[in-house]
Design a protein around this ligand. Structure first.
Ligand code: GLN
Length: 214
């Protein structure tokens, strides 16, 4: 048995704790948005932190660097186990790359969790459009969402079990498979918090489903 077990479901009345992977990248902005929405948040830097959270946000940043830091902090395998155990995860930009099954133009030694069946190309929008913004229609949300793309990964294909929730010029930019939500843009950089709110709904549903019935 692994020494660090997650024990977050012991108190059935407890509010879920949302972890934010805080090794590198835009984790502070995610934490602010989640706190604004009234969530309990915690920065996750090691397996002990991970054991205290019910869900995890993987921020934008640099997926190759995050991959190396996930190895050196010995967080990669514990996170993989929690994902296999249905922990809800929300990956944005580099976080999407970490969660994908296939990464094109990655470093050969770059690791990924393979938690959502899609193929992404790192920096796939090319140098000319390094960064851009666009209003996108999102399934389940009323009114367009302003999306900020920064050296974003481009989704090249999705497998049938993946639900595409938004597209930009026909390309999927927001997708969900089970408890895994990924966006190729940065929802933490705008004042519109509807995607984080949707993720918190996913977490509440997952936590309620995992509770032993009284
Ligand atoms: N290009 C970065 C990577 O490959 C992702 C950029 C971002 O997260 N804003 O990881």
């Amino acid at each position: 048995m692994h020494p660090v077990q997650h024990d977050v479901h012991r108190d059935p009345q407890r509010k879920p704790v949302i972890g934010v992977l805080a090794l590198q990248g835009a984790f502070a902005a995610h934490q602010r948005v989640l706190a604004d929405l009234g969530a309990d948040t915690r920065q996750v830097r090691n397996a002990i932190d991970l054991a205290t959270v019910d869900a995890l946000v993987m921020p934008g940043g640099e997926s190759t660097t995050m991959s190396m830091l996930l190895e050196s902090t010995e967080l990669f395998d514990p996170i993989a186990r929690r994902i296999a155990d249905q922990m809800p995860v929300f990956g944005t930009c580099a976080g999407m790359i970490l969660l994908a099954t296939d990464v094109l133009d990655g470093r050969p030694d770059q690791r990924r969790f393979g938690a959502i069946h899609l193929s992404v190309r790192r920096n796939g929008y090319g140098r000319q459009v390094d960064s851009f913004e666009s209003d996108i229609e999102v399934e389940g949300l009323d009114g367009p969402l302003h999306a900020v793309f920064i050296r974003a990964p481009k989704v090249e294909s999705v497998e049938p079990g993946v639900h595409v929730l938004a597209r930009h010029e026909g390309v999927p930019v927001l997708a969900r498979e089970g408890a895994v939500l990924v966006a190729s843009f940065h929802p933490e950089l705008t004042d519109d918090h509807r995607l984080h709110a949707a993720f918190l709904d996913m977490v509440h549903t997952a936590v309620a489903a995992a509770r032993p019935s009284a």
